[in-house]
Design a protein around this ligand. Structure first.
Ligand code: FE2
Length: 301
C-alpha cells in the first residue's frame, strides 16, 4: 500500500499574472485555466499539475498524492486514522475542482494539507509548451519532487507519518554549513524517482523550500537558465549536481518566494537493490548561492 506519485501542487499566490508569465515564458509550462482568482498550469497530458489560487500566503497550500485505486486510498485512510490522524472524505465539488474521481484530505505533522486522490483527469487537448525542446518528465514518477521545511518539528515523527502513506527513505544528507549548524535533509520515495519528498531543517520561512520539475532534454535546462537570467529572476542556486539523485539543475525563485529546481537526468531507483545511504554534501559541484556570482561579476566590472 502506497501513494504512487505527486499528482498536483496547490499554491496560494498574491500575483497570479506574474506566476502565469514566470511559468509559461520562463519555464515552459502551459496555462490550463485562468480566472481572476485561479490559475492552473499543465506540465503534461494531465488536466493540471499546479493549482494556484489568489491569496496573501505566497506558499504551499496543499499537495495531492495519487493513490492509484479506491482500495489503495481506503487502505491509506485506514492507516492514517489508526494512527490518530483526522481524515475527511472530500465531496463531489472538491473532486471536480481538483479534476479527480475521488479525494480525501488530512494534515501532516508539519501542518501541511495533504490530499489523497484517485484518478487525476487528462486534459482534452495535448500538452503544448511554447518553450521546451523536449518535455517534462512526469509519467510514473509523478509531477516532480518537493522539499518541505520542518520548522523545528521532530523529523522522526514526520517521517513516520509519511511512511504510513507508503513513502520509503532514500537517503539522508548532513552537511556542516557554519559553526554549530548542520544542514540536514532526508529524502523519501514512493515510485522509481529517487525522491518525491524531502524534509529539510534549514532556516526558511515557507512551508515548501522548492519544487523540482524535470525535463527530458538537457538543453532545456540551459535554455530555461538563460531565460531566467535574461529576465533577471533571483536565482537561489546556480547550475549544479546533487550527489544522491544526480539531478543536474538550477534553482530559481518563484514569484511566491520559494524556488523551482529545474533539472535533468534524475536517478531512477529500484527498491529491490536500493540501500539507504548517509551522505555529507548536498551538491557534488555547483549550486552556488546567487550572491557568490553577483560578487564575482561586481569584482570583474
Ligand atoms: Fe530538489
Amino acid at each position: 500500500m502506497s501513494v504512487k506519485e505527486i499528482a498536483y501542487i496547490g499554491v496560494e499566490a498574491s500575483d497570479l499574472n506574474e506566476w502565469a508569465r514566470f511559468a509559461t515564458d520562463l519555464l515552459g509550462l502551459q496555462i490550463g485555466t485562468r480566472s481572476d482568482d485561479l490559475l492552473t498550469l499543465r506540465m503534461d497530458q494531465k488536466l493540471h499539475r499546479w493549482i494556484l489560487t489568489r491569496g496573501p500566503a505566497d506558499d504551499l497550500a496543499f499537495m495531492g498524492y495519487e493513490c492509484g485505486s479506491d482500495a489503495a486510498l481506503d487502505d491509506t485512510v485506514k492507516a492514517l486514522k489508526a494512527a490518530g490522524s483526522a481524515v475527511t472524505e472530500g465531496d463531489a465539488a472538491l473532486a471536480r475542482q481538483r479534476g479527480v474521481q475521488r479525494i480525501a484530505f488530512t494534515t501532516d505533522p508539519l501542518g501541511n494539507r495533504v490530499e489523497l486522490v484517485v484518478g487525476l483527469a487528462d486534459a482534452a487537448t495535448p500538452f503544448q509548451s511554447a518553450k521546451l525542446v523536449g518535455s517534462f518528465v512526469t509519467g510514473s514518477g509523478g509531477a516532480g519532487h518537493h522539499v518541505l521545511m520542518e520548522h523545528g518539528k521532530d523529523r522522526k515523527t514526520v517521517m513516520a507519518w509519511y511512511e504510513r502513506l507508503g513513502f520509503k527513505p532514500s537517503d539522508h544528507i548532513d552537511q556542516p554549513m557554519a559553526p554549530g549548524f548542520v544542514a540536514s535533509v532526508s529524502f523519501l520515495h514512493c515510485n522509481g524517482r529517487h525522491h518525491s519528498l524531502a524534509l529539510a531543517n534549514m532556516p526558511f520561512p515557507k512551508r515548501m523550500h522548492h519544487f523540482m520539475m524535470e525535463v527530458s532534454d538537457l538543453s532545456d535546462v540551459g535554455f530555461a537558465y538563460d531565460r531566467c537570467m535574461d529576465d533577471r529572476r533571483p536565482f537561489e542556486m546556480t547550475l549544479g549536481m546533487h550527489p544522491n539523485d544526480r539531478m543536474f539543475s538550477f534553482y530559481v525563485r518563484t514569484p511566491s518566494g520559494f524556488s523551482i529546481e529545474f533539472g535533468w537526468g534524475g536517478l531512477i531507483i529500484d527498491d529491490a537493490t536500493w540501500t539507504v545511504k548517509q551522505l555529507d554534501r548536498l551538491s557534488v559541484w555547483g549550486h552556488r548561492p546567487g550572491h557568490v556570482v553577483a560578487e564575482l561579476l561586481k569584482a570583474a566590472a
